[in-house]
Design a protein around this ligand. Structure first.
Ligand SMILES: CC(C)(COP(=O)(O)OP(=O)(O)OC[C@H]1O[C@@H](n2cnc3c(N)ncnc32)[C@H](O)[C@@H]1OP(=O)(O)O)[C@@H](O)C(=O)NCCC(=O)NCCS
Length: 124
């Protein structure tokens, strides 16, 4: 969805399989009905020196087009936060596309706040 990423089904599948192997330090949540996946979300555990302990990185929150606005995204987010709280994580963070206004509203309405951090990266 993000301007900075190019969708690639092969790489995404590889990433999802790797996440599934990290049973203790990552979770993949799906919303499904009759075997059809309607939405998903992932969380990975990182160590934050700022927090002095384990924190979560939330990614991949997406609901199928045409099924948005029915509470599926909220339910996935609630479950993701429960997973984090149950494991004693100290904070959850995510990256959002700067131009994704609907996502900004979505998270803000659910108690998330913005930061002054800006993401930088370098390919290896
Ligand atoms: C952001 C997203 C995951 C939210 O999922 P969702 O199932 O639409 O979420 P909900 O139904 O729980 O809530 C959506 C909010 O938008 C409103 N809404 C109404 N109609 C909507 C529609 N057709 N599409 C999206 N949102 C709608 C809802 O009323 C609700 O408003 P609120 O924040 O005031 O409660 C989903 O819109 C999505 O997949 N977007 C594209 C991917 C994306 O941007 N992901 C976030 C990356 S950081």
């Amino acid at each position: 969805m993000e301007y900075d990423f190019e969708p690639d089904a092969g790489r995404q599948e590889k990433g999802l399989r790797a996440l599934l192997k990290r049973r203790k330090s990552a979770v993949l949540l799906v919303a499904e009905k009759a075997g059809e996946v309607l939405g998903m979300c992932s969380v990975q555990v990182l160590i934050s020196t700022a927090e002095g302990g384990r924190v979560g990185l939330l990614e991949d929150l997406v609901v199928k087009d045409g099924l948005r606005g029915f509470g599926i995204g909220s339910a996935l987010l609630t479950e993701a936060l429960k997973w984090c709280a149950f494991r004693g994580l100290l904070r959850v963070q995510l990256l959002r596309d700067a131009g994704n206004g609907p996502a900004l509203d979505f998270y803000t309405h659910r108690g998330w706040s913005g930061t002054r951090l800006v993401c930088m990266r370098r390919r290896l």
